[in-house]
Design a protein around this ligand. Structure first.
Ligand code: ATP
Length: 233
């Protein structure tokens, strides 16, 4: 499902000091959900951005996603923005830290936006199911400004998976949720990942949840010039 090698991203050059994020190798199969863990500032969000084709890495050996043999590293290198944009919108689902909901659209329209942009029907059985499980049904006509932070986070999650991406990239998806709501969301991500033969990479500080769901972990170790991410043995 996903194979990546030799990813390097340099951040913070200049006055803030250099920090290199290094991922030697990553392999994910369909149905895998991997937790990314590490201290604050080690580069977890940077790693998600790189995997989401949202930044130009300093180096990338190979990056293949799904059954396609296309090497995304080569697309990045030649800055083929139209091909990269197509892959981002079809194959990837993003749940980034700021949520990114559009303030002038209600919950229903925020959720349906990625599907509409791909020419899919505005909703699906899975979207209805996710809204029901996450308690979003009574909120569908509200705009993000009228929601709590946790409600916004749950909406952003449904939007991230509404088009059934191949890879879900989630940055602290339970940060604004109480423990019970966090458990419901993690359970839903895991069941969708398995049901849809997709994969998920989830940054999480919540050790209890990561342990409770028995998730394998990609762990950051601080090195002299930055951090190195490796799957736990
Ligand atoms: N857009 C950027 N430009 C320059 N440096 C950045 C940028 N974003 C992050 N950094 C720096 O890169 C390093 C990694 O940051 P990143 O946000 O990826 O870490 P993190 O592990 O996700 O942190 P946290 O757990 O606090 O969210 C930090 O030193 C940060 O200051």
């Amino acid at each position: 499902m996903l194979t990546l090698s030799e990813l390097r991203v340099v951040r913070g050059e200049g006055t803030t000091g250099r920090h290199e994020v290094y991922l030697p190798h990553l392999e994910l199969a369909s149905g895998d959900m991997l937790a990314i863990v590490g201290p604050s500032g080690c580069g977890k969000s940077t790693l998600l951005e790189a995997l989401g084709l949202l930044l130009q890495p300093s180096a990338l050996g190979r990056y293949v996603l799904g059954p396609s043999a296309t090497d995304l590293a080569a697309l990045l290198q030649v800055e083929n923005e139209s091909a990269l944009a197509r892959i981002r919108s079809r194959e990837l689902g993003f749940l980034l830290q700021n949520g990114g909901l559009l303030p002038f659209l209600n919950v229903r329209d925020n959720i349906s936006l990625p599907r509409r942009l791909l020419g899919l029907p505005a909703s699906s059985e899975r979207v209805h199911h996710a809204c029901a499980i996450l308690g979003l049904e009574p909120l569908l006509d509200k705009r993000p400004g009228a929601l709590s932070i946790g409600e916004r986070q749950r909406t952003a999650f449904v939007r991230a998976m509404a088009h059934e991406p191949r890879l879900l990239l989630a940055d602290e998806p339970t940060a604004a949720l109480d423990p019970q709501a966090g458990e419901v969301l993690f359970g839903l991500i895991l069941s969708l990942v398995q049901e849809l033969d997709m994969a998920a990479l989830v940054v999480s500080h919540d050790r209890t949840l990561v342990n409770q769901f028995g998730l394998p972990r990609l762990i950051a170790t601080l090195t002299s010039g930055g951090s190195r991410f490796e799957p736990e043995p």
